[in-house]
Ligand binder design. Structure first.
Ligand SMILES: [Zn+2]
Length: 90
């Protein structure tokens, strides 16, 4: 897996987790060579919140309706990563 740094051209504040406020200025993809795009999923490495990339690549909390609209495989991956992060932090 490759981790990339997320830099915003607008010079605004660095992206942060809307749940725990951790600075999230890097991303690691599950597929090699993939970079974040609007509409992609993410999971906060600090608190395990499931997030969605917005048009400016900042993130918002995923709603239940977002998760309900995705396929089973993606939903299971997101919840497994969330569970692993939260288990690791406790
Ligand atoms: Zn967080």
């Amino acid at each position: 897996m490759t981790t990339i740094r997320i830099i915003h051209a607008d010079g605004g504040p660095p992206p942060e987790c809307p749940e725990c406020k951790e600075i999230l200025d890097a991303a690691t993809a599950t597929e090699e060579g993939t970079v974040p795009s609007p509409g992609d999923w993410s999971v906060c490495c600090e608190c395990g919140a499931i997030l969605c990339y917005m048009d400016d690549l900042r993130m918002r909390l995923a709603e239940d309706t977002d998760l309900a609209s995705t396929d089973d495989e993606t939903r299971e991956l997101l919840t497994r990563v969330q569970r692993d992060i939260r288990f690791r932090k406790n």
